[in-house]
Every structure is written in C-alpha cells, then in structure tokens.
Design a protein around this ligand. Structure first.
Ligand code: NI
Length: 258
C-alpha cells in the first residue's frame, strides 16, 4: 500500500471524473489519500469527498499561505470553527509561507503560520508545510516554535542538502517527495542520497506537478507509483521496501489506522 500524503482531489480539475480518479488510485495500491485544505471556500468540497470515501480520504484543515490576504483573520476564524466541529481531521494544513508569487502579505503569512502552529500544538496534530521561496522565514519561525511534541512534513520538498538536514534536526519532521524528483533537471535525487528513507513520505500534490511522463498534464494520485519507482533507483532498494518504509512513516506521522 502507498499513501498519497498530499492530494487536492476536491478541486474543480477533478469535477468531471473524480470517482474514477479515486478508483484508479485505490486499484493501483494508493488506498489512502490525505487532503490538504486551501481556504474556507474549499472545506465543504473536501469534506464531501471524505464522507464519500471514509476509509480512503482524510481531511486536513488550514489556510494555504498563497491564500493569506487582507481577510486572513476572518479566514482563520472560519477554518478554526470548522476544525472544532470536524472529528476526523488528521493535520493542520496546508500552512506555511509562499514568497514566490507575491510578497505583499508576508507579515500576514507569518502571523497566520504562527497561529496555525499554535492550533497544532493545542490539538496535538501534525502540520503540513508549504514552503516556496521561504525556507529562511519558515526556519526562523520553526526554530523558535519547534518542541518535542510538534511534528509535520515539508510538503513538496525541493530544497538543498543543508535544508534537508535542518528539517531532520527538528526531530519529528518529514520531507514530502513528489513528481519533481522525476524531472530531468531536478537536483532532488542527489540531495536525497543524503536523506534516509525513514525521513521521507510520498505525495503527488495533484492536480499539480505531475511526474514524468505526464508533465504538462493533470496529476492524480495513482501517478505516485512513478515517484515510488524513481525512489527505487535513488535508494537502490526494492520497490517493496520503498512502499513499506514510506507508508509506515506516513502512518506514524498522521496517526492513521490501517
Ligand atoms: Ni498543496
């Protein structure tokens, strides 16, 4: 079994064939799909999918840094209320900082990130971190707020060897590895040679960042098998070992029952 630890299956790109996509994933061994939220407008669609596939789809709640704007306090309030009402939320996410597109709300992003880390500590849930052009800012906050209880994942990790090391030094944080690892120019395979398999979980981030040979197309959860295949090459271990270790890592981090 493989777990797709980060997939936005509830977004409109899947409106035409969502059930087939879920079915394809399950049939290819991807029995669990973890759904990270984006903002208050996506919660209902995410929860619809969770209710339809309670053994396969699990919700996370949070405000995506790319959606932090002038209204972020209202957004946080709405999401927090839903968090209090949802009994099966497995993580706070996705949260973090994104300075790639727009730096207008950098201070608001920091405040939202800190606030949601506080929720994670209060509720004893892991955090799912989106870090884009923002490792320095995120590390600054986590260096201050990390403790023995806090855990999580740097989703879609594409950083350097030093950044991978920094993350592992936090103690309870994993690297989420997806389609980027299959890209021809990616330096990730080299970086991963310095990262033990025990520090890695698998993800697609679908519908975004599809692995080779689907670049430019819509990504979906069953393509995670191509990511696992690539890790066989990088780590020089069996496909079974890749699945067993990364699935165990995800089960432990998100406290899933299998
Ligand atoms: Ni995402």
């Amino acid at each position: 079994m493989i777990i797709d630890t980060h997939t936005h299956l509830y977004v409109e790109q899947f409106d035409e064939d969502r059930d087939q996509v879920v079915k394809r994933a399950i049939e290819s061994g991807v029995e669990k799909m973890l759904l990270p939220n984006i903002d208050s407008s996506t919660i209902d669609r995410m929860m619809d999918l969770v209710h339809k596939y309670p053994k396969n789809c699990y919700p996370m709640l949070g405000l995506h840094p790319g959606n932090v704007n002038a209204d972020f306090e209202i957004e946080l309030k709405v999401i927090r209320e839903r968090l209090n009402a949802v009994s099966n939320c497995i993580a706070i996410g996705e949260i973090g900082m994104d300075l790639y597109w727009d730096k207008t709300f950098v201070e608001q992003q920091k405040i939202a990130f800190r606030e949601q880390i506080a929720w994670a500590k209060e509720l004893d849930l892991p955090i799912v971190i989106h870090a884009r052009e923002a490792f320095q800012e995120i590390f600054q906050i986590l260096d201050e707020l990390n403790d023995e209880q806090l855990s999580g994942v740097f989703h879609c990790f594409t950083g350097t060897e030093e950044e991978a090391k920094h993350i592992q030094e936090y103690g309870n944080f994993k690297l989420g590895i997806g389609g980027v690892v299959t890209y021809k120019k990616s330096e990730l395979p080299e970086v991963l040679k310095t990262v033990p398999l025990e520090a890695i979980i698998l993800e697609t981030d679908s519908p975004y960042l599809p692995p080779v040979p689907y670049r430019g197309k819509r990504n979906e959860s069953d393509y995670i098998n191509l990511v696992a295949d690539k890790l066989v090459d990088i780590y020089g271990v069996s496909r079974n070992e890749i699945e067993m270790v990364t699935t165990a890592n995800a089960v432990e981090l998100f406290q899933l029952t299998v």
